[in-house]
Design a protein around this ligand. Structure first.
Ligand code: CP
Length: 305
């Protein structure tokens, strides 16, 4: 049961929790007028603490709480908070937990959300911790695969791009190890999946690694494209060598089978040609829109309506 629990890693969720989140998200999508009228989170406050940039995650969490009838307090830029004066994360959390009922945090350091949860009696949601995890993005990704392809089991899922630094990839692969899927990992060797993620799932998943997208694109049901995470590179010259390693254009779309879909957690830089946006395979904007019912569902279940 998720009530009053923090969500730091996708591994914190039982299969039943994930199914309950999806069922409630379906209900919310189909009954938005009723939810708006009844304001189930009236008098609850959600705090967002973002020490790294965000468009989708922060705004969709805030919009979700507003749609549930709750209120939002936000630190959208750490430079305008007392972090800039040297306040520790632990002290910030001790303060913000007394102002709010649930705290959503994004931080550049892996483990920051876990640390925050040690100093909070209120639920903490990890909205991305460095190259670690981004579990609510994974809930949205799974929900999108389920809704757009009719299920998750028996799909061939190709994940392409920055598998080393991409936190959405780490959470997604951990989650997919619960399902009967085939995973193709496609990346330059220097951006391969870290061993600590691979070793945790290699015995549970049918998983293969490739350097060339052409080796797998025709059999793929779900093509999950990721951005090369420029902000994680210590040596920016390495980034400039890798950018453009993979680019999805109409040429790649034409090699994909009927009913296959293209996803991306966004933001994108140049890894998907905008011409692809107008194909029936492109589901990345729908994926981002799914952030609202999924996050509304998650907040409702954690805070208990
Ligand atoms: N997908 C995602 O986390 O997007 P933002 O960085 O805009 O929040």
């Amino acid at each position: 049961m998720l009530k009053n629990k923090s969500l730091i890693s996708i591994a914190d969720l039982e299969d039943d929790d994930i199914n309950a989140i999806f069922e409630k998200a379906d209900y919310i999508s189909g009954h938005m007028d009723e939810v708006l009228r009844t304001s189930p989170m009236k008098s609850k406050i959600l705090a967002t603490l973002f020490y790294e940039p965000s468009t989708r995650t922060r705004l969709s969490f805030e919009a979700s709480m507003e749609r549930l009838g709750g209120s939002v307090i936000s630190m959208a830029d750490s430079k305008t908070s007392s972090f800039a004066k040297g306040e520790t994360l632990a002290d910030t959390i001790r303060i913000v937990e007394s102002y709010s009922d649930i705290i959503v945090i994004r931080h550049p350091l892996e483990g920051a959300s876990l640390l925050a949860s040690k100093f909070s009696s209120k639920p903490i949601i990890n909205a991305g911790d460095g190259s670690g995890e981004h579990p609510t993005q994974t809930l949205i990704d799974l929900y999108t695969i389920r809704n757009e392809t009719g299920g998750i089991d028996d799909r061939e899922i190709t994940i392409v791009g920055d598998l080393k630094y991409g936190r959405t990839v780490h959470s997604l692969i951990l989650a997919l190890s619960r399902y009967n899927v085939k995973i193709n990992l496609v990346s330059p060797p220097s951006l391969a999946l870290p061993n600590y993620v691979y070793n945790g799932i290699k015995d549970k998943l049918n998983i293969e690694t490739y350097n060339n997208l052409d080796d797998v694109i025709s059999g793929t049901d779900v093509l999950y494209v990721t951005r090369i995470q420029k902000e994680r590179f210590v040596d920016k010259n390495e980034y400039y060598k890798l950018i453009g390693s993979y680019k999805i254009t109409l040429n790649e779309v034409n090699k994909m089978k009927n009913g296959s879909i293209i996803m991306h957690p966004l933001p994108r830089v140049d890894e998907i040609d905008p011409a692809v946006d107008y194909t029936k395979n492109a589901k990345y904007f729908r994926q981002a829109a799914n952030g609202i019912p999924v996050r509304m569902s998650l907040i409702s279940i954690i805070l208990g309506d």
